[in-house]
Design a protein around this ligand. Structure first.
Ligand code: PRT
Ligand code: ZN
Length: 286
């Protein structure tokens, strides 16, 4: 039998598009017809299982799937034995406590003796324990944000992204208790041959991510500024310097980090750089 590994991804929801785009950016091809539950890549030894996100940590822990892409919130909430291989940087959100907008709130002690509705009883329970708060946790599976208005609970603990759901429901965020993003998880005891395939996938993911957080930059500068410019954009090993046809000028090629991009550009201009071109990088192997 051909040796392949299985990865569980969300069938349809907030994680699906970004999970599948990442796989595609890794050069892994597969057919993703609507309603399919399984698909095998045509050019990488991997099979996809399309599942509900809530089930992914369990399937990976049981070994039904070897790998999974799921929100950290689900991994921690489900409390299954899995290994987190890599934070993937998408589906970022937070789990927060919220109360009615008009409610006076001075601190987490507010929740002492109160009831809180949530779909995340484990994460909330751990948090309340760490704060020495005794509260009544009402586990509900959806529409948590309406709980205060229907008198089910005095507070809620739910996923927040932009904050507009809370606002529309007359609630205010009072404590952030957990930060989440999509992660790549793995079964704890993968045999070596599966580990090797998982490492190949991880290598590609790292290359895609490094590319995304960097830009290729080309600029012209008078030779007297080159030393200063090299110190500003040291690049991977060191920048490439090519002479321009015009005497006394050079072209400098290097790599810039996205996070410090604008600061760097200003410094480069101040150092004498001109004709600065910035180009996206598809993949970067360090
Ligand atoms: O059907 P299935 O069970 O697979 O999906 P699901 O409906 O349980 O999950 P889904 O697709 O909604 O979310 C999957 C994962 O995306 C979550 O587990 C989080 O890790 C992550 N994520 C990122 C979010 C959000 N952002 C998010 N905004 N999950 C949910 N929300 C919801 C939140 O519950 C609330 O209702 O969006 C609302 C808040 O959003 P804002 O922007 O109004 O603050
Ligand atoms: Zn779900």
């Amino acid at each position: 039998m051909e040796q392949i590994i299985r990865i569980a991804v969300q069938k349809s929801g907030r994680l699906s598009d970004d999970s599948l785009s990442l796989i595609k950016e890794c050069g892994i091809k597969f057919y993703n017809g609507t309603g399919k539950l399984k698909s095998t890549s045509t050019n990488f030894p991997i099979e996809f299982l399309f599942l509900r996100d809530d089930d992914i940590p369990g399937y990976v822990a049981d070994g039904v799937a070897d790998l999974g892409i799921v929100g950290q919130n689900e991994v921690v909430e489900k409390d299954k034995n899995v290994t987190t291989m890599k934070a993937l940087g998408f589906s970022k959100c937070r789990l927060s406590l919220a109360v009615s907008k008009g409610q006076a709130y001075s601190g987490v002690e507010f929740f002492e003796g109160k009831s809180i509705a949530t779909s995340y009883p484990k994460i909330l329970g751990d948090y309340l324990k760490s704060q020495n708060i005794n509260a009544d946790i009402h586990e509900i599976s959806g529409s948590v944000e309406i709980a205060p208005s229907i008198g089910l609970a005095e507070g809620i603990c739910d996923i927040v992204s932009s904050g507009s759901t809370l606002m529309m429901n007359g609630l205010k965020e009072v404590e952030e208790i957990f930060k989440s993003e999509a992660v790549l998880i793995a079964h704890n005891n993968l045999p070596d041959w599966k580990k090797e395939i998982a490492e190949k996938l991880l290598f590609r993911i790292n290359a895609v991510q490094a590319g995304k957080s960097s830009k290729y930059v080309l600029l012209n500068a008078p030779n007297k500024s080159i030393e200063k410019i090299i110190s500003l954009i040291p690049g991977m090993r060191s920048p490439t310097i090519l002479p321009l046809a015009q005497e006394g000028w050079s072209s400098v090629h290097s790599v810039l980090n996205e996070d410090t991009f604008w600061e760097n550009i200003e410094e480069l201009r101040a150092a004498g750089a001109e004709g600065i071109l910035v180009v996206p990088i598809e993949k970067m192997i360090l």
